[in-house]
Design a protein around this ligand. Sequence first.
Ligand code: SF4
Ligand code: SF4
Length: 450
Amino acid sequence: MPTIKKTFHRGGIHPDPCKITAGMPVRPLPPAAELRIILSQCIGAPSRPVVKTGDIVRRGQMLAEAGGFVGAPIHSPCAARVVKTERVRNAQGLWQEAMVLQRLTPEELEERPGYDAWPTPRTPEEVAALSPAQIIGIVGESGIVGLGGATFPTRVKLTVPEGKRAWVVVVNAAECEPYLTCDDQLMRACPEEIIKGVELLMRATGAPQGIIGIESNKPKSAERLKGAAEKSDADITVQLLRTRYPQGGEKQLIEALTGRQVPLGGLPIDAGAIVDNVATVYAVYEAVYLRRPLTRRIVTVTGPDVTYAGNYMVDNGTSISDLIETAGGLPADTGKIIAGGPMMGHAVSQPNAPVTKGTSGIVMLPEKLSRRQPEKPCIRCAKCVSTCPMGLQPYLLMTLSKMRLAPEVRAEGVMNCMECGCCAYTCPSARPIVDYIRLGKQLVRALPRE
Ligand code: SF4
Ligand code: SF4
């Protein structure tokens, strides 16, 4: 019998997957002598420094605490000296506070034995004895945020609000963005650890079931995860999904895997689900079992003309330009560098900016693939409407945003737009729909609260 591949029911597109780096094992990046750790690395408040200039910090030591309830601490990727705090430009060119660290030399490390070592892992018995609140506490203290790019603090996600119940932990292993393969590679290499991470999330939230949703174009990862899940005592299943964008959208994933709908304006927990990206789940495993906070991540560095495209293990704070150099340098005809995937990522205007927790990929696109076509008038073909997975009317949202009609664009549901880009991708008139939708959202946020 053929394997059933589930999917969401409305909209979506099939962009060329361009998974150039699929199957390429994760390689470590040569350690950078200097790291610039941006203090604003999650969707919430910037972190507050707890060390000062001149301090020597251990590997994994907290550098900055969470700046608020929706916030996350930041830790040092290595034994280092805090050189200064300064303002740097992030990848999109915005000025942000950053802590500059100088990695300790081998001679300096000799004088400080143990400074560059990770703590002793917890024993399986110690992990088994942890309460749900303790697991959530460790996740919070370890600075874990959504590694799919959203960077929402995981501790907050795991805290089920009063009156709600989590029925299922949904693991987003779709990796539906073209070019990116960091999650695929992690799943191939660490299936057992990921299953242990899912078990922890189920214990933390009280959810009796775990479902890992993975697109059918990653058969090796799916097979390895299935093998690992079969060894678990927890109710964890691995479900193949149709390869279709945006299969990894939270609402689309919940619908495909559970048949439940998240109400418009609602959260996954309103449908009884907790959704986490697979790399986030692995980070939870590392934090709880290995006592390692989130200080590094896998980044896919790729593009059609990149010499050494690959999946690299990168310390937080490493310069994007170091990654580009390691991958063989910027190809001569590069028209655009993107942080993240080409559908939902952001153009990099500052290649010297540091990698942050949310940097899943660096994609270097040649001029011919990055050039925008001239915008033409809307021909009312409704392609944008039929591909919108949220059931919105993108052409109308663009028009209202352009006319700066904030109450009207809000009434049309602009805040439900997930900025997936399906509408702009499919528009034959090359209309910059998502740019205007972002403007529309800003206008709505500026409205007085009702
Ligand atoms: S970007 Fe927004 S409006 Fe466009 S298809 Fe995606 S959800 Fe719909
Ligand atoms: S896809 Fe483009 S041309 Fe067609 S209705 Fe939407 S905005 Fe207009």
